[in-house]
Write a protein that binds this ligand. Sequence first.
Ligand code: AMP
Ligand code: GLY
Length: 423
Amino acid sequence: MKVLLIGSGGREHALAWKLAQSPLLTALYAAPGNPGIAEEATLVDLNTEDNGAVLAFCRKEAIDFVVVGPEAPLVAGLANTLRDGGIAVFGPSAAAAQLEGSKGFTKDICAKYNIPTGAYQRFTSAEPAKAYIREQGAPIVIKADGLAAGKGVTVAMTLDEALEAVDSCFSGTFGAAGAEVVVEAYLDGEEASFFCLCDGTSALTLASAQDHKRVGEGDTGPNTGGMGAYSPAPVMTPEMVERTMREIIEPTIAGMADSGHPFTGVLFAGLMITAKGPELIEYNVRFGDPECQVLMMRLKSDLLPLLYAAATGTLASITADWSDEAALTVVMASKGYPGTYEKNTTIVRLPQEDKATKVFHAGTALQDRQLVATGGRVLNVTATGRTVSAARDAAYTALDQVEWDNGFCRRDIGWQAIAREKA
Ligand code: AMP
Ligand code: GLY
């Protein structure tokens, strides 16, 4: 099978690494890619924002299957263009990608199909939103409706903070994404990321993970795309997984099919495990980054037939086999991230890899054969181990071999699971 992978982050490096191990693969191409992905795939110079250009490339190279990593091309309809052009594609249509593209859309699906989530209201102007917030009181959560690169959510602990967040959304801080605002009840509990594959009618449970969204140790400071992750998440016990499938995922799949927009691809549920059980915080329509990196380290099955089954409506006949080991990844980011940071700083040395240790590239580039950092999140140093503590130790041992003056990381990735392991 000839495969084209779309994307250029650590998530896509992990997907490329795993796809490249498939005996079914005859050629792997990637666009735009990065130096890590280039070790597994042939990089192609393709404008991935131009759906027609991607289709033309697939026809020219007789690509059998396209795997889309990030959400933006999905929301922009890349999967529609490819599917209409007769190319199999892993990823939802633009309409089904609204599960990530519009928080209000997802909340309405939850309300219609009785899916547990925080009580909410949608607003298109500030005054009614503020009146609702005053009525509800703090803590309360304010969300820009559209895609805001993970920055559109304010968990307001005070009324003033909440009112300010409403003004900020409607004054254009998040551009068009903030033209509508969702105000949502604050949910208390432990968060988990939960992943399953969907083929429009059925769902296959993959695995759970926990992300570390804040930039600073002890979960302090501003939100980021994720500073590290581990899998599995101990809070996702077999009972919680079963409840999540039955109460959240299956009604969503049925609801999307019912509304004429069957969901295919990977459904990534951001969950809050509350005293009442799992509640949905948000959906994403692609793998998490860096959660994908730890999932791929634990997946024993061939990834390619799994993704292809999701794309072609044949998931019911397939299973996924997972390692019992834990995997943990630590993100190394450019100093200053998630604010401004210097670009093109030199990465002098990467760690030695072995069967249990892998460095995935995110924002890197080669300049005159020298590896440099070009993004905010740059390297994902990943390891497996018998426990989360063991995976953590192996990941930080590898990370300490990295020579990159402008890099930093959190030293406490995995703290919640490690506290449980110690207890
Ligand atoms: P989201 O972009 O919707 O995942 O939100 C970003 C982060 O805000 C989540 O990972 C949670 O930590 C937090 N958050 C979002 N919604 C809620 C909620 N209803 N209650 C508590 N925390 C929330
Ligand atoms: N790490 C969170 C995300 O990919 O959305």
